[in-house]
Design a binder for this molecule. Structure first.
Ligand code: ADP
Ligand code: MG
Length: 341
């Protein structure tokens, strides 16, 4: 290993900065799917379609019926550190949108061939931007809303492309991201196709129906509703009876202010609530949403925002633990301690 040769310090070119960021923001196709779905939801879409080819590596095209992007702002949508979602530290600390970093589209555009097509309500037709923020915005056709078409992911970063797994594995990760997001938003319809085949389609419905569709009828028959509020904290959703537990942790969905998270505090709180009713090697299934003042939780911990930090994690742990424990206790009371099969 050699010391770096003495070279002058230079500012990196924009494209390279985005490619470096892409390593974190768009680790694999499913991360692109997540970013694009979150943008569609932030734009108020009620109908979203996801079309994938070859596990998303060949193509990820997401169409929404959200508010669209005016033509003069389309280059900015692909520019780095440009966002319509926050404009101050105060906004950041109270963020209510899924996105706010303004780097997803720029990162994606730096490692794939991107076409952005969008039409706002007051525009007579759609507009299209190909490539990057340096491209030209040209008239196009298309319905109200936005389509982002991402092709040939990592075509220009072969080292990263090598880390991709098989088409089926990458597709599986993409489908999981769609399920996660769809589970939290029964008020939005989602469709997913892979290589032209329809894989999933969920119409607008309520949480009871959506959770049955995504977690299975087995979960629907063995779920306990939870809805509790204490001070600034609210938890709602469903937690499964021990009969709905699994040998793997793949039925666990926790959302914080609408965002799917993997958080040790939350996972532990639920696990602790099940301690008396579930064998240690089983994993409870649940679809739970925690809502709290955005100022009480920091979502800006990691670019993918899958981790969060609570200002008072002890209070959150207690709250979640007791809410789940109470839900479980109620059934054992009504069923006289026995677990319905
Ligand atoms: P962020 O979501 O953090 O703001 P992105 O790079 O994901 O950053 O998107 C940049 C901007 O492009 C967003 O702030 C938004 O204004 C616009 N945008 C992206 N996707 C959509 C969409 N599907 N519909 C409407 N506007 C969008
Ligand atoms: Mg975004």
């Amino acid at each position: 290993r050699q010391a770096a040769a003495a070279r002058p310090i230079q500012a990196l070119p924009d494209q390279l900065i985005s490619q470096i960021a892409a390593g974190e923001v768009v680790e694999r196709p499913s991360a692109v799917v997540k970013e694009l779905l979150e943008n569609a939801l932030d734009a108020g879409a009620t109908q979203i379609s996801v079309r994938l080819e070859e596990g998303g590596v060949k193509r990820i095209a997401i169409t929404d019926n959200g508010r669209g992007i005016p033509p003069e702002q389309m280059p900015l949508a692909l520019a780095r550190h440009a966002t319509s979602k926050i404009s101050s530290l105060h906004d950041l600390e109270n963020v209510g949108t899924l996105g706010f970093r303004g780097e997803a589209l720029a990162s994606i555009a730096s490692v794939a061939a991107v076409t952005l097509t969008s039409r706002t309500a007051d525009a007579p037709h759609a507009w299209e931007l190909v490539g990057s923020h340096e491209g030209t915005v040209a008239p196009s056709s298309g319905a109200l809303g936005t389509t982002i078409d991402v092709q040939d992911l990592y075509f220009n970063t072969p080292a990263r492309r090598k880390f991709l797994k098989s088409e089926q594995t990458e597709f599986g990760h993409c489908a999981e991201v769609v399920r996660r997001i769809a589970l939290a938003r029964p008020d939005v319809s989602f469709s997913l196709t892979h290589n032209g085949r329809t894989i999933d389609h969920w119409n607008v419905c309520d949480m009871a129906r959506r959770s049955a569709q995504i977690l299975g009828e087995g979960f629907a028959e063995a779920r306990l509703p939870i809805d509790e509020t204490a001070g600034p904290l609210r938890i709602h959703g469903y937690t499964g009876l021990p009969t709905a537990s699994k040998a793997r942790a793949d039925g666990q969905f926790f959302y914080v202010n609408g965002r799917f998270v993997r958080d040790k505090v939350l996972v532990h709180a639920v696990k602790a609530a099940y301690q008396d009713v579930l064998h240690g090697d089983r994993f409870p299934s649940y679809a739970l949403a925690l809502e709290l003042d955005p100022a009480l939780v920091d979502v800006n911990v990691h670019p993918s925002k899958i981790e969060v930090r609570f200002r008072d994690s002890r209070a959150v742990h207690q709250f979640v633990f007791h809410a789940v424990q109470r839900a479980l206790a109620q059934t054992s009371a009504t069923s006289h301690g026995s677990v319905p099969s």
